[in-house]
Design a protein around this ligand. Structure first.
Ligand code: 5U1
Length: 675
């Protein structure tokens, strides 16, 4: 049980980190908000029961995700907090009870407001003039979106007062009203562009346009709900209610639905009333926010690391409907992942017609036992892809049969393998049409064959025009094959061909990584190369022999063996070698190159996770420690390295970057001389 809880906590942290990144940094979520909230709540609960499991880097301990680097970073004057959630009357009652207990009285006044599903921003006014606008980012540092926020008509560029504070930070939510979202998606479709999945994504995408002229054409709106740094001018008001009035008086848009309510009962009445009117609002909301009105009481209540104790979001339940499954399709994604998708009799859910719902993966499909002909509950939580909640078993028609998940890829016929998680993947990576673009992009990427100039657009054109079918075809390209394509001059074409030619000379770990074998990242590629030394030996290894490699378990071994047993993959590998792709012979290492050395990892590595880096270093014989001391031989510092790098500097411990780490792992550098 103890180990199970620890393993589950680690799994939840990794999952939440991943989905946080998809949601906040890429604006491209893979799961619904409701699903995310469930995972988050599970981790909070686990850490509450077992405080020893809470690590400093747990997603529960921080304010948000890392900002993307596409826009300049801006440090907020005061951190931007996020809100904790409650999902039931009981949880709301518990929140209110905690507030009353901490304040020592029972007459708590709250301000209630709709919770918009948009993008939080910080507006910085200096002497009344809008100087900076930034996204929330990780709560401390966001991205500069000033130029784009300036295009939002409702956002005042100057505050309406002759005596503004010297500095005033205003927090609010940028959103797209429903009608604006529909118009935007119509125009996306008309232009052949992908429609946005939901208003939140559309707002985020619009705000993060590099060209503000594009943002300006998007009907973005804003509601303000809080202040951050406040210096000079009139002192900040003593209540949330008065603050919102002051913000409105300054010309900032404030939600007219805000109300002062008393106690738990007042909150609940507001929640129920707004829930009834929700569909008629001009914008999508996913809940209600309550804030303790009195600012002094807010100060008494204080904050947890992630969110204030004086405010909470009360989420609406996800919207659901019942419909019938017409068919179950299995789609093959760009990474070869097979996703079962239920094709449904169209049904209106939360104001949108739904005709497809994801079943995520074969396990989920089997667990829910969804069959063609079944009546199913479908949920749209104001979010991405609708999902099937479950089968209405008492309406199951006679004669239905369990869905048989294909064991061969519906696109290329290659075998399907299961990865370490729950994903089913096509093993025909080098030939499957569904994966072609992704496979070639991966093959050419910097950490793989490093073919400079072979970017997305070019790969797309090469694949669409049928010029390149497999990665081996790259080595047959002539400049004239490229100059035929759009926006390809003679000079660029020659550059790309030269880069392709240069990539023939590579290393075995890079080559293995470049093949895109399911489950084989850089660290595993390195371990395989070191263990087998020769490609032929690796290709001939059975699953048992593969599991002898450090960090290769049965699932990874199965994925590797299946990949190499696919005749098509072997043909492409043979064609690559015939085209002259080669690498220096590797000696089978007796001991590791870092034998007896102690290495500490710090900061964020771009190309591999901490665990992968640790496994790879251990594969080289190193001991990976967590803190820096005089006995540390090297500190490997990624992005934002923090105090460990500073400590290393103090102690004179050599600090190496990710490129050097990679060179060690590749075997390109062995000058890990003694300190
Ligand atoms: N309406 C509203 N949305 N919202 C979001 N109020 C509100 N307050 C928030 C957030 C993140 O944070 C407070 C802690 C200022």
């Amino acid at each position: 049980m103890t180990r199970d809880a620890a393993a589950r906590a680690a799994e939840l942290r990794a999952l939440l980190d991943h989905h946080n990144y998809r949601y906040y940094v890429l604006d491209d979520p893979e799961i619904s908000d409701a699903e995310y909230d469930r995972l988050f709540a599970e981790l909070v609960q686990l850490e509450r029961e077992r405080p020893d499991l809470a690590t400093p880097d747990s997603p529960t301990q921080r304010v948000g995700a890392r900002p993307s680097t596409a826009f300049a970073p801006v440090v907020h004057g005061q951190p931007m907090l996020s809100l904790g959630n409650v999902f039931s009357e009981q949880e709301l009652a518990d929140f209110d009870r905690r507030v009353r207990e901490r304040l020592g009285h029972d007459h708590v006044v709250y301000v209630a407001e709709p919770k918009l599903d948009g993008l939080a921003v910080n507006l910085r006014y200096e002497n009344g003039v809008l100087m900076h606008a930034a996204t929330r980012g990780d709560g401390m540092t966001g991205e500069d979106v000033t130029a784009n926020v300036r295009t939002i008509r409702v956002c005042p560029l100057r505050l309406r007062t002759p005596t503004p504070p010297r500095i005033l930070e205003v927090r609010g939510e940028v959103y797209l009203p429903r009608d604006g979202f529909l118009r935007l998606n119509e125009s996306q479709i008309a232009q052949g562009a992908k429609p946005f999945a939901n208003p939140r994504n559309a707002a985020a995408g619009s705000l993060r346009q590099l060209d503000p002229a594009v943002s300006a054409r998007r009907p973005l709106r804003l509601f303000c709900y809080a202040a951050g740094e406040w210096l000079g001018g009139e002192p900040p008001p003593g209540t949330q209610e008065a603050l919102l009035t002051v913000l409105a008086d300054l010309g900032l848009p404030v939600n007219p639905e805000r109300r002062v309510v008393v106690g738990y009962e007042g909150c609940l009445r507001y929640y129920e009333d707004l829930g009834r009117r929700r569909a008629h609002l001009a914008y999508e909301i996913d809940g209600v926010v309550y804030k303790v009105n009195d600012v002094r009481e807010q100060q008494i209540l204080g904050e947890l690391s992630r969110s204030p104790r004086w405010a909470v979001a009360h989420k609406f339940p996800a919207e659901e409907a019942v419909t019938q499954v017409v068919r179950i399709d299995v789609q093959v994604g760009r990474t070869g992942a097979l996703t079962p998708v239920a094709v449904l009799a169209p049904v209106a859910v939360g104001g949108v017609t739904v005709s497809h719902a994801t079943l995520h993966n074969p396990d989920e499909l089997a667990r829910k036992d969804v069959r063609v002909g079944d009546f199913v509950g479908v949920r749209r939580a104001g979010d991405v892809i609708p999902e099937i909640v479950g089968v209405v078993f008492d309406r199951r028609p006679a004669g239905t049969v369990p869905f048989a998940f294909p064991d061969h890829c519906p696109v290329c016929g290659s075998p399907v393998v299961r990865d370490k998680g729950v994903i089913a993947r096509c093993a025909g990576g080098l030939i499957c049409q569904a994966q072609r673009r992704q496979t070639i992009r991966h093959f050419a990427s910097r950490r793989a064959m490093d073919i400079v100039g072979l970017g997305d657009k070019l790969v797309e054109q090469l694949v669409e025009s049928g010029t390149v079918e497999t990665v081996a075809d790259l080595y047959r390209l002539k400049p004239s094959d490229l100059t035929r394509l759009e926006r390809m001059g003679e000079k660029s074409a020659t550059k790309v061909i030269t880069a392709i030619a240069a990539s023939r000379q590579t290393t075995l770990p890079r080559f293995l990584y470049a093949l895109g074998i399911p489950e084989v990242g850089e660290a595993t590629a390195l371990a395989l190369a070191r263990h087998f030394a020769k490609l032929e030996a690796l290709m001939a290894a059975d699953e048992e022999q593969l599991t002898e490699v450090a960090d290769v378990g049965p699932i990874v071994a199965h994925a590797i063996a299946t990949f190499f047993s696919e005749p098509h993959n072997r043909q492409v590998i043979a064609a690559l070698r015939a085209a002259g792709v080669q690498w220096p012979a590797l000696e089978k290492p007796a001991g590791g190159a870092l034998s007896g050395k102690t290495v500490v990892l710090t900061g964020t590595l771009e190309g591999m996770t901490r665990d992968e880096a640790r496994a790879a270093l251990e594969g080289l014989g190193a001991k990976v420690a967590t803190s820096v001391s005089a006995r540390t031989d090297y500190v490997v510092a990624g992005r934002d390295p923090g105090s460990k790098a500073a400590r290393a500097q103090e102690l004179g411990v050599p600090i190496v970057g990710e490129d050097e780490l990679r060179a060690w792992l590749d075997g390109r550098r062995s000058d890990f001389g003694d300190r």
